[in-house]
Design a protein around this ligand. Structure first.
Ligand code: SDX
Length: 440
């Protein structure tokens, strides 16, 4: 029996009235599956001659995506619908990587094949190791990562054609697999120690710890608790919707640039202290504060508009509640320190006291500034033996699968076009050239 015809629901729209021209324009409202609906302004300029204006994109949806959903008020983070807390508790980084890339959790067979696909790309072209020789030993490892990852496009010519799905897949596997190898090489190079080749029998996190901390002169024993903590840290940093570095990767990719170049652009954007560089900045800040008695002075500075000091690891463009990743990270902190037999970590005590005081302070409460993913991660990484300069490199290792998943989604979107924002121009109107004799 055919269903009774119901009147089509009226299309939702916003009506724009221009009081200058007295013209009105209907702007369609598009609903997502959850979260804020959007006002579709794609025809605005053609129909009205107006641009929208939103520096920092505080109210702008740049794309449609099915990968990650964040509810900043609820402190909710879903990857393909799965809450980050559940993935951190029950999953592992390779499985989360598969989920982000393919949209669903893998079957056992799919997981085995994916792990093999990634594992057999962990080595880098041997000539790449001489590439490091061009850097000073004291180069920041993020500078090395920008250079070496971008240079991968000079080594892997058979996976540069972004219009070939097979080449896109191989480039994706190469990037996910080689990031830990290159990161470990950057660390070894800074230490003056020999590079350690990957071992395919190890898990993704175990392999990274092995390549970073093993030395040829000694047998290396992986610590399963630290490997689990590393794996969980990778899960927590894997993807996060349209953040600055992901938007950089999407914009670079929208011009047709090859994936190695796009990921190098993402690494560069992540490096900033307002973004992924914050984990390194948190440790520097805690070192600057030094003692609990100095906390009030630094809280005062963080609130002073004339002081550029900000509480690093606090605040977020989207989260106006606890960053769910920070919660998991704080729990992991205690586990790792416990496993390492660190009875008393002054930095952790200082961080927890700083969090307590800040969250009681009106300034932070009113602005809904809570600890973010970067607030506790550095304490774990320092306890695991990483220098602070490597913290953002570890963030980049994990985020590579998120960048790739978002880049893949954009490339496969039939409506995709080159990203090319416009502007509000407030410079000089047209004027004629003056010879130098007539200037001044
Ligand atoms: C990451 O986008 C992502 O998803 C990023 C990320 C990811 O996974 O990809 O989550 C990873 O980058 C986390 C953020 C790491 N950065 C930091 O911890 C650096 C410190 N935080 C701030 O720089 C800031 O909170 C940002 C950059 C994170 C967010 O800045 P916004 O959204 O532009 O907020 P804002 O600057 O407009 O701040 C609103 C108010 C301002 O005060 P008023 O002008 O209203 O008086 O809050 C104040 C700011 O001055 N404020 C802070 C503060 N953060 C915001 N004041 C003191 N200390 C801070 N940390």
């Amino acid at each position: 029996m055919s269903q009774p015809k119901t009147a089509a629901a009226p299309k939702k729209k916003a009506i724009l009235t221009d009081t200058v021209t007295n013209k009105t324009m209907d702007l369609p409202i598009i609903d997502g599956s959850i979260g804020p609906s959007v006002i579709d302004v794609r025809k605005l300029y053609a129909d009205t001659g107006y641009f929208t204006y939103d520096p920092g994109f505080t109210s702008t949806g740049s794309c449609e995506s099915k990968i990650t959903y964040i509810d900043g008020d609820e402190g909710l983070l879903l990857h393909r619908g799965y809450p980050i807390e559940e993935l951190a508790e029950h999953s592992n980084f390779m499985e989360v990587a598969y989920l982000l890339l393919n949209g669903d959790l893998p079957t056992l067979e799919e997981m085995k094949k994916f792990e093999k696909d990634i594992t057999y790309h962990t080595m880098v072209h041997e000539q790449l190791s001489t590439f490091f020789r061009g850097f000073r030993r004291d180069a920041h490892p993020m500078a090395v990562m920008c250079g070496v990852v971008g240079a991968l496009s000079a080594f892997y010519h058979d996976s540069l054609d972004i219009n070939d799905p097979h080449q896109r897949m191989i480039a994706s596997f190469r990037l996910i697999a080689k990031m830990p190898t290159i990161a470990a090489m950057a660390f070894k190079y800074s230490m003056g120690q020999p590079f350690i080749y990957p071992k395919n029998k190890l898990s993704y996190a175990e392999n990274f710890l092995y390549m970073t901390f093993a030395v040829p002169a000694e047998d290396y024993q992986n610590n399963p608790v630290l490997a689990k903590a590393m794996d969980r840290l990778f899960i927590l940093h894997a993807d996060h919707e349209q953040n600055a570095s992901t938007s950089t990767v999407r914009l670079a990719g929208s011009s047709g640039a090859n994936p190695f170049a796009c990921i190098a652009a993402g690494i560069a954007s992540l490096w900033g202290p307002a973004h992924g560089g914050a984990n390194e900045a948190v440790l520097a800040m805690l070192g600057q504060i030094g003692d609990k008695k100095n906390i009030p002075e630094f809280i005062k500075r963080a609130k002073d508009k004339n002081d550029s000091f900000r509480l690093m690891g606090f605040g977020h463009r989207v989260y106006k509640n606890f960053d769910p990743r920070a919660q998991v990270m704080r729990k992991s902190c205690h586990e790792v320190l416990g496993e390492l037999g660190v009875k008393h970590e002054p930095l952790l005590d200082l961080a927890m006291e700083l969090e307590r005081i800040a969250l009681e302070d009106k300034y932070f409460v009113e602005r809904k500034l809570y600890p973010n993913v970067d607030f506790y991660s550095g304490i774990i990484l320092r306890a695991m033996g990483f220098p602070t300069s490597m913290f953002t490199v570890l963030f980049a290792i994990a985020r590579t699968v998120g960048w790739i998943a978002q880049w893949k989604e954009m490339i496969e979107d039939p409506s995709q076009k080159i990203g090319r924002p416009r502007q509000l121009y407030t410079g000089h109107t047209r004027r004629s050239y003056k010879p130098v004799q007539q200037r001044g």
